[in-house]
Design a protein around this ligand. Structure first.
Ligand code: GDP
Length: 298
């Protein structure tokens, strides 16, 4: 599958190393666990999630009186799967009109993800509108317009330097007037200017609540999978300025440390809702932990 293909680097790294451990040890001893621990941490699964995964594995090995490493590989996979259960997957945008704020620092793949998501939803027959509320960079607006045109989705923007909240105001009212199913709002990601960003997101939030109180809301933070533990910190920072409902995890095709998806699910307790495994539209996929783990290990 496309997902499996997109995770090739991670499969070649973490998964191959795990296989080597299961093949290389004849007994389950401390060295065996240490080796696994190192691989999981190197693969960006994170210290905490790794600890929980191995603790669970040890329990099961004891309980089931397993002696052979080969006999507990399935248990390790199961244990990774368990760590990824956040209990919520991608919203299907079926029933209510939705307003989706997409936030994230520059360069993580925010504009691309908004463009891809617009195309995907449009293909599902939904009436989609894009708001280009990153008015700080002219290039961002132009890039988003290219995606909007490609997807055949209309876009509302503002001149460079325009108030992002006023763009959102216009877009929300257009969405109501046109009976739009999903309004996707790209926002500026200036985390270095946290106070302004916070004020701006608050203002945008107030406007959506006031103008469109009945809309289903999603606040999705876009994280670059290749940035490892930094991605976790970004999510925490954005979590302080907005109620995050989900994560779009991009560039997973570009990292050999795809364990970051496990760390995010396990440590942030915010569901990854979409995963990016390439630059094409079909490379943004709904994230399902089960599918993800299967794509890695099958
Ligand atoms: P923004 O500044 O956050 O809006 O980032 P962009 O949307 O402009 O994306 C930055 C770069 O990352 C672009 O070259 C995108 O094509 C690329 N990109 C985005 N998502 C993915 C992905 O899932 N995989 C790969 N390989 N590249 C991606």
């Amino acid at each position: 599958s496309r997902l499996k293909e997109g995770l090739t680097k991670t499969r070649n790294n973490i998964v191959s190393s795990i296989d080597a451990v299961f093949g290389g040890f004849s007994t389950i001893d401390e060295d065996f666990y240490e080796e696994l621990e190192e691989i999981l941490i190197m693969g960006d699964i994170g210290v905490n999630a790794t600890e929980k995964i191995l603790e669970r594995l040890r329990e099961q090995v004891k309980e089931k009186h397993i002696k052979e490493p080969a006999a507990c590989k399935e248990l390790l996979i199961e244990s990774i799967r368990e760590q990824m259960q956040v209990g919520e997957t991608a919203y299907d945008f079926e029933n209510e009109q939705s307003v989706v704020l997409v936030i994230g620092v520059n360069g993580v793949g925010k504009t691309t993800s908004v463009g891809k998501l617009a195309g995907i939803l449009k293909d599902q027959g939904k009436n989609v509108l894009i708001a280009a509320a990153d008015t700080y960079r002219a290039a961002a607006g132009e890039q988003l317009l290219t995606w909007a045109n490609r997807a055949g989705v209309p876009m509302i923007g503002g001149k460079e330097g325009a108030d992002p909240a006023s763009v959102v105001y216009d877009a929300v009212n257009a969405a109501k007037a046109r009976g739009v199913d999903v309004l996707l709002c790209d926002t500026a990601g200036r985390l270095h200017n946290k106070k302004n960003l916070m004020e701006e997101l608050k203002k945008i939030n107030r406007i959506i609540e006031r103008e469109f109180p009945d809309a289903h809301r999603e606040n999705l933070v876009v994280l670059d999978g290749t940035t490892g533990q930094n991605a976790l910190n970004q999510a925490r920072e954005f979590g302080q300025v907005a109620d995050l409902t989900g994560i779009i995890l991009t560039k997973m095709d570009g990292t050999a440390k795809g364990g970051i998806a496990v760390a995010i699910q396990s440590e942030l307790n915010i569901p990854v809702k979409y995963i990016g495994v390439g630059e094409h539209i079909e490379d943004l996929q709904k994230f399902d932990p089960e599918q993800f783990v299967n794509a890695l290990f099958d």
